[in-house]
Design a protein around this ligand. Sequence first.
Ligand SMILES: Cc1cc2nc3c(=O)[nH]c(=O)nc-3n(C[C@H](O)[C@H](O)[C@H](O)COP(=O)(O)OP(=O)(O)OC[C@H]3O[C@@H](n4cnc5c(N)ncnc54)[C@H](O)[C@@H]3O)c2cc1C
Length: 372
Amino acid sequence: MESNQQYKVIIIGGGLAGLSLAIQLAQENRSVLLIEKGAYPRHKVCGEYISLESWAYVQRLGVPLEAMNLPKIDKLKISSENGVVLKSDLDLGGFGISRYVLEDLLYKKCKELGVEVLTNTKYVSHLKERELFKIKTSRGVFEAEVLCASFGKYAPNDLYKPQKKTDNWVGVKYHIRFDHPSDEIVLHNFENGYCGMSKIEDGKSCLCYLVNAKELKKCGNDIKALEEKVLQQNTYLNTLFRKAEFLYKKPMVISNVSFEVKKPVHNGIFYLGDSAGTIAPLSGNGMSNAFRSAYLLNKSLNSYFKNEISLAACAQNYEKDWLIAFKSRISTGSMLQQFFCKKNLNAASIRILKYAKPIHKYIIRKTHGLPF
Ligand SMILES: Cc1cc2nc3c(=O)[nH]c(=O)nc-3n(C[C@H](O)[C@H](O)[C@H](O)COP(=O)(O)OP(=O)(O)OC[C@H]3O[C@@H](n4cnc5c(N)ncnc54)[C@H](O)[C@@H]3O)c2cc1C
């Protein structure tokens, strides 16, 4: 493969994990190429609730969150299909911001810091020759000492993907206007899924649900039929779908979503964000996990680039840090999701949890980390 240009680091995928790693590396004056198959700004299917654990980190990346007057969320309300409700204070809580705004701000920061960002460019394949990765993309071949993969949920052909596939899920998102408290995130259960709603910027709300693909199939793969026949069995969702002002003509939909622990390092490539492991959105922590993995990887890479450790030791350090931070969090999230999506189990567990506050506080803590 004839290469066009050489970089210290090439990052595949410019979602939150890739963008934030690129910014950190550029803040240390490393040459970085970020390859992104899409363009900015763009909407993405996501609940858009970010745990406060990454507030300080995102500000250090250069996003002025404090000045943006974003909704801060410290209350959680969960409803079962038959109307049982659990209300809880969130110890740490979170804030609301759309992916449209957040990724665009991070992208602009990358550009400002001199990161080379190739948008509308697809990663195709790679090979390793004499300690250098050669990366083939839809816009040519590039070389780098270090290759990082932050392509999200769907692994390109020659990159690591787990053998065992868990259940298949479908994610659906709308932006809406609906009158509800800005300090509260609500999660409404329905058969084989759940729907979250919380405020984002400009008084808008993000309404996002995850449903097991088999439930959608039962409705002839028709989203509208699914919403009418399944989601609206929950009285809260019934009111919401009838009264909210929907701001898109069509919902945003993604399919083939699965949740498993993958690998942070494989064949000398560093994986971060959802590429290394996807946490169930029920925990509201996937975005913070993406940020934290970029933070941890940058820490190890920094020691390598300062010649304090070898690349092999850098990989070992990152793998160790990643497993401590995420392995049990991702499995707990997946287990919780299985429980939460069964409507009878859900109603029974909400009843129990209503009287067992320490247990639900413990569960929330198990899927979150401390600020970094
Ligand atoms: C329904 C749903 C609701 C969620 N709600 C929340 C929530 O409320 N709070 C929360 O914290 N988390 C939530 N999450 C999780 C969160 O969205 C993810 O964890 C987060 O987006 C992971 O970021 P990432 O950077 O790893 O991946 P992504 O954001 O998916 O970014 C990957 C990037 O790689 C690019 N890419 C892929 N393949 C290629 C290729 N071949 N070449 C070039 N580029 C490529 C893609 O275009 C994309 O931009 C939710 C997830 C789902 C499914």
